[in-house]
Design a protein around this ligand. Structure first.
Ligand SMILES: Cc1cc2nc3c(=O)[nH]c(=O)nc-3n(C[C@H](O)[C@H](O)[C@H](O)COP(=O)(O)OP(=O)(O)OC[C@H]3O[C@@H](n4cnc5c(N)ncnc54)[C@H](O)[C@@H]3O)c2cc1C
Length: 281
């Protein structure tokens, strides 16, 4: 209930400074000591880390396994514990949103372990399936604001570029049509992904590629919105001359985040290649 009302904010402690895409090599340690686990190490890019009450934490309980994945365990950890210190990170855009979260002999109850010790990788992968949208469509963990294609057209109405109306330029119209087609195809694809009978040939093709297609499309659309403003596109938020207060510029800068968070586009492309197209690793 606390999650739904927003009273209990949870964060995700997966990525580490040296282990993002290669999450299976995570090194943050959890050592059992009686009824507790003692946590040492650090996590990074923890979204809302300084507001969170709890963290889903992937930590290494055994550093000596044949397969690196088998040494990882999944914890539902409280954040307000001595030795857990989330330090805010300032983004390139000047805003905050992440922390680097340090663990220094932090003691959490052993009951925080979810499932079995050493079986955390499977739980982390299941969690990421939701974040990447494979389990819940774009309504998964992708918190990016969905900007309608029509909003961009409205913003461009009447704008001049190279002496004529930008929306009358045939090259621009062609580009916009391509973006519109992509936009509609993604929306239809998302609906189709939820109807099993329509996905018999490549069952996971749409779910697994949703994040890749949608986040890259959103980035391209926002880039077009900035570029088609002409010279005005170079003005940023807080500039009184910026069109719509620099909304599109900020949206463009932010759009990169969804192409990285929860697995980068390159990693997503690898997943589609292996699990949908059956290509070798
Ligand atoms: C908005 C946002 C929110 C986030 N929130 C959280 C959070 O709450 N909790 C959390 O734990 N993490 C979070 N992250 C971190 C995110 O999961 C990592 O940034 C991501 O997994 C990539 O890891 P990295 O940054 O270490 O980059 P790296 O893994 O170092 O990647 C660097 C570059 O190398 C490429 N690359 C790496 N491996 C391969 C490969 N095998 N094949 C091809 N290319 C490859 C990548 O695509 C990328 O371009 C967030 C990130 C963002 C942007």
């Amino acid at each position: 209930k606390g999650i739904l009302t927003g009273e209990d904010i949870w964060c995700q402690g997966f990525s580490e400074p040296d282990h993002g895409s290669d999450l299976g090599s995570a090194q943050c340690r959890a050592v059992r000591d009686g009824d507790e686990y003692v946590i040492n190490g650090s996590k990074i890019w923890t979204t809302m880390g300084n507001y969170a009450k709890y963290m889903i934490l992937l930590a290494r309980t055994n550093p000596n396994t044949d397969r690196k994945y088998d040494g990882l365990s999944f914890f539902l950890s409280p954040m307000k514990v001595p030795g857990i210190d989330p330090k805010p990170i300032r983004k390139l855009t000047g805003e905050y949103g992440f922390t680097q979260t340090y663990f220094n002999d932090a003691r959490i109850p052993a009951s925080c372990l979810m499932g079995e010790e050493g079986k955390g990788w499977q739980l982390a992968m299941q969690t990421l399936q939701y974040e990447r949208g494979a389990e819940a469509g774009a309504a998964g963990g992708l918190s990016m604001v969905r900007i309608a294609f029509e909003d961009m057209i409205e913003m461009l109405q009447g704008k001049q570029r190279d002496g004529s109306e930008v929306l009358q330029d045939p090259v621009v119209r062609d580009e916009l049509m391509q973006l519109l087609i992509e936009d509609k195809a993604i929306s239809i694809g998302e609906k189709r992904a939820h109807i099993g009978a329509l996905n018999n040939d490549f069952r996971m093709a749409l779910p697994l590629s949703t994040k890749l297609r949608w986040t890259e499309h959103a980035r391209r659309m926002r880039l077009a919105a900035v570029r088609l403003q002409g010279a005005g596109g170079s003005l940023y938020v807080q500039d009184s001359q910026a069109i719509q207060g620099g909304f599109w510029q900020r949206a463009y800068m932010q759009s990169f985040s969804a192409t990285i968070g929860g697995g980068t586009s390159q990693v997503q492309a690898n997943i589609v290649a292996e699990h949908v197209l059956g290509l070798p690793k």
